[in-house]
Design a binder for this molecule. Structure first.
Ligand SMILES: [Zn+2]
Length: 76
């Protein structure tokens, strides 16, 4: 018996904002684990020079090795 679940898929759309929120939360949980000394491995933090800034003027925020807007206003 085959079930076609494709028609009833109700996957919520993952917006860039939501993706960033998840990344931020993962980062937070990792920082928390690090504080508690339960982090599996400290990820190497890429060094971003202070002169490097987002086009909107916000300092870069490193999340998962990627640079995101420090003010979290947008992507890129
Ligand atoms: Zn920005």
């Amino acid at each position: 018996m085959r079930h076609t679940s494709r028609s009833i898929r109700r996957t919520p759309k993952v917006t860039p904002e939501l993706a960033r929120h998840r990344a931020t939360r993962a980062e937070y949980l990792h920082a928390l684990a690090k504080l508690q000394g339960t982090a599996p491995e400290p990820p190497p933090e890429p060094v971003v020079s202070a002169s490097e800034r987002c086009h909107c003027g916000a300092p870069w925020l490193l999340s998962g090795g990627r640079k995101i807007c420090g003010w979290g206003l947008h992507d890129g």
